[in-house]
Write a protein that binds this ligand. Structure first.
Ligand code: UD1
Length: 422
């Protein structure tokens, strides 16, 4: 298994290109199942999760071609010949559940393995199932698989989500495009990835209004056609790289960055004393003097502070002046990076879903273990701010969500290298 070695750094300077969003791409890809015409995605990120979704779609009979080194994905679901999403693929990636709604909507039947738990919490899929049931699906759970049927097709209706779920909103949105009549989704997720999905579905001929608000209305149509769609910028990769100059000092321009994708994250950077300016090409981020100020953070659905940037923000707060309180409200077990950061000299007290971080002047390099995707990158950020060498082990999680991390950070002056494992 590969490791990443980071040596404590001075200021970073230069430009970092931000890729297309992993989480948007993972929901745009299953949208191909809604049509028998090709769907082409441009600006796709080159990540192992995208390969996993390609493998899942191929197992269902989709043709998936990767062009331009994987930045363009051309998919065709003309000849779907299998409606079973196998456990062996689904267990690798929870987003696999996103094939359920589209397959059911188009062909009236689908069998999808339940994804099971994951490192950051139990993460059930009950809401995905409930909203499809509300649309008339008949579901049965057998041997770890959901067997779904909608013989006469799905039907529109009104469904109010009891909690905001990105994935369940995406599954329902895709399914509703081919349902009979109108579907109204209330308390829907407002994430930029939902808006990106709606834009793509409209390009395919869907009738959708209200995406980006908490009420989305979809008027079902008989069929969807093909489309070409550029994947929206990855706001989590963007936020992660914005934190690099925040933690090391210097000035970095994140190419393709947009303020409107960041919600509360930008306000927190401002409160911490980080300068963020819009440029022609993206966002310029600078920390010019002294330590950052401690700020409190509570994770919430968009436009609140994203849970996917909590670990990285904690790394920054480890060296801030003062004490910050980080509350994790989305996932119940998402502080696994805290004990690793403490091995680097951070002062963190975790009580349930709350972590209290007292900033120290300097972290110290240490061997640490990556436990999940965002935790991995938080340890790299911490390593950039630490004295001496940090070895981040088990970085395979990282490759699920960050393309060429060592190259992107190396180009702005970070001392970082990947060491191949046995
Ligand atoms: C997506 C993102 C993930 C991000 C998360 C929250 C993808 C591929 N992943 O995950 O990176 O951290 O949004 O922004 O886009 N819940 C239920 N029942 C359900 C579904 C969810 O109780 O059926 C709960 C979850 O356990 C969690 C909360 O709802 O506590 C939000 O989860 P959700 O928004 O669904 O996350 P994902 O779509 O899985």
């Amino acid at each position: 298994m590969d490791s990443i070695i980071v040596k404590g750094n001075g200021p970073l300077n230069g430009q970092i290109p931000i890729a297309g969003a992993k989480n948007a791409c993972l929901t745009l890809m299953p949208a191909t199942l809604l049509s028998d015409e090709p769907l082409t995605l441009t600006n796709a990120p080159r990540l192992s999760d995208i390969k996993t979704m390609s493998a899942l779609l191929q197992s269902l009979g989709c043709e998936v071609s990767q062009l331009q080194g994987g930045q363009v994905l051309v998919m065709s679901s003309h000849d779907l010949n299998n409606h079973v999403a196998d456990y062996d693929i689904v267990r690798k990636m929870r987003a696999s559940i996103l094939v359920l709604g589209p397959m059911l909507a188009r062909d009236g039947h689908a069998v999808v393995s339940l994804p099971g738990g994951c490192a950051i919490g139990a993460r059930p899929v009950d809401l995905h199932l409930k909203v499809l049931e509300a649309m008339g699906a008949e579901l049965e759970l057998k041997e770890g698989y959901v067997h779904a049927k909608a013989p006469g097709g799905l039907k529109g209706g009104t469904f109010e989500f009891p909690v905001v779920s990105v994935g369940a909103t995406e599954n329902a949105l895709m399914a509703a495009t081919l349902a009979k009549g109108a579907t109204v989704l209330k308390n829907a997720a407002r994430e930029p990835e939902i808006v990106d999905l709606a834009v793509c579905l409209r390009r395919m001929g869907a009738q959708i209004e209200g995406d980006g608000t908490d009420t989305i209305t979809i008027q079902g149509v008989d069929r969807l056609g093909g489309a070409t769609h550029p994947v929206v910028t990855d706001r989590i990769e963007l936020g992660t790289y914005m934190l690099a100059p925040a933690i090391c000092g210097g000035e970095v321009e994140c190419l393709g960055g947009r303020i409107d994708l960041l919600g509360a994250f930008c306000e927190k950077l401002d409160a911490a004393g980080i300068e963020v300016a819009e440029t022609d090409k993206g966002l310029k981020v600078a920390r010019r003097n002294g330590r950052v100020s401690a700020v409190d953070v509570t994770t919430e659905p968009f436009p609140g502070f994203p849970t996917d940037l909590q670990a990285q923000m904690m790394a920054l707060m480890c060296t801030a002046q003062g004490t910050s309180v980080l509350e994790e409200k989305i996932f119940e077990n998402r502080f696994m990076h805290a004990p690793e950061l403490m091995r680097m000299g951070a002062e963190i007290d975790v009580q349930g879903g709350t972590a209290t971080v007292t900033g120290v002047e300097r972290l110290k390099g240490a061997p640490v273990m990556a436990t999940d995707l965002r935790a991995s990158v938080s340890l790299i950020l911490a390593g950039l701010a630490a004295e001496g060498e940090t070895i981040v082990n088990r970085v395979y999680h990282l490759d699920r969500g960050y393309e060429r991390v060592e190259e992107k950070l190396g180009n702005v002056g970070a001392h970082i290298e990947r060491v191949s494992g046995q």
